[in-house]
Design a protein. Structure first.
Length: 344
């Protein structure tokens, strides 16, 4: 039996909806990109560039604590660039970010659920002298490394928990699920035909391999995008709140600076046009925003109240992807079976 014309239509649909790894040709490119002969030269370039940038920055600033932060930042940037190009993840990331920023209206209800209790707790840290002393005495490189550490913990936590979301969806696959999720897609008619012919959706329901990784990456990018938006909201809130209630004298008292440079040359560095907005206020706000982002991450996947808000925007897309995949694999299996029968 020749391949159904719905198969290339489904593959085009997959590519347009951030499901690149569902397409066999893309998976082949990804496997090639993960081969040592392709991967190791790129890794060597990233290491050399990161090391050179770290050395130059340390030499220019005469501050060695910036080196680890620069190395980690360049390593993360290099890995992201390689994933977007050689590993063909660009469509996945672009579609997921489009979903995130295309549903900004959902940020308000999410923030109304997640922010109030957190702000009550974190505000007590913000108006605490010890928190100001700790963050104000951190070198910029150390502060940025701390932010990267909190961000890494959040991503690791998501990578551990997000596969459970995929498992819940593919465990729910049945005939009604497939018919519902393929409605309005290029596979709607083939789905009805296959189901009428006795297709057992359970045969292709389990999402594994690169397909599973694709769905996890979509969830990860959407989740990270939402977390970043909420963390930025916290950062802006503390900047505004601090500019209103924390004058330079209070900041100097809480940081241990008396308004003039100390023995290490540190002082309250405020902007001339915004006298209450200082470098120290920026540091405290950034640290608390990063801490809040980690809190959001944990709450979003462990608290049922938050999960409905954070995952509600992509649950329907996740189910549609799994349902489409069932019909797509069934069509390919049908075509392969026809070819083998004809060859026999």
């Amino acid at each position: 039996m020749p391949e159904s014309p719905a198969v290339p239509e489904a593959e085009a649909w997959f590519l347009a909806h951030g499901l690149s790894y569902f397409v066999p040709g893309v998976r082949a490119d990804v496997r090639e990109g993960l081969r040592a002969r392709r991967f190791l030269p790129a890794l060597l370039v990233v290491v050399l560039v990161a090391t050179g940038a770290a050395v130059l920055l340390v030499w220019a600033l005469e501050e060695w604590t910036a080196a680890p932060a620069v190395l980690v930042s360049f390593a993360a940037g290099g890995a992201l660039l390689y994933a977007l190009t050689a590993l063909r993840a660009r469509r996945i990331v672009v579609w997921a970010l489009g979903r995130t920023f295309g549903s900004l209206r959902l940020l308000v209800p999410m923030a109304s659920r997640a922010l109030p209790l957190l702000l009550v707790f974190v505000t007590f840290l913000f108006i605490n002298a010890e928190a100001w002393q700790m963050t104000a005495n951190l070198q910029p490189g150390v502060l940025w490394l701390t932010v990267l550490l909190l961000a890494t913990l959040a991503v690791v936590f998501l990578m551990v928990r997000l596969p459970e979301e995929v498992d819940q969806v593919d465990d729910a696959v049945d005939a009604a699920f497939v018919e519902r999720t393929t409605r309005g897609t290029p596979l709607a008619d083939p789905a009805r035909r296959l189901l009428a012919g006795g297709l057992d959706p359970a045969q292709h329901a389990q999402v594994t391999g690169y397909d599973r990784l694709n769905l996890i990456l979509v969830l990860l990018v959407v989740q990270v995008g939402q977390i970043v938006l909420l963390a930025v909201s916290v950062f802006v809130f503390f900047l505004l709140f601090g500019a209103l209630v924390m004058n330079v004298d209070v900041q100097a008292s809480w940081t241990g600076f008396d308004g003039s440079a100390d023995a290490d040359g540190r002082t309250i560095d405020s902007f001339s046009f915004l006298p209450n907005v200082s470098a120290q206020l920026l540091q405290v706000s950034l640290f608390l925003a990063a801490f809040s982002g980690l809190y959001f991450t944990v709450a979003a996947v462990t608290d049922d109240t938050y999960r409905g808000q954070f995952f509600g925007a992509v649950t329907e897309e996740l189910e549609r992807a799994v349902g489409m995949r069932v019909v797509y694999l069934a069509l390919r299996a049908e075509a392969d079976s026809g070819l083998h029968t004809g060859a026999g």
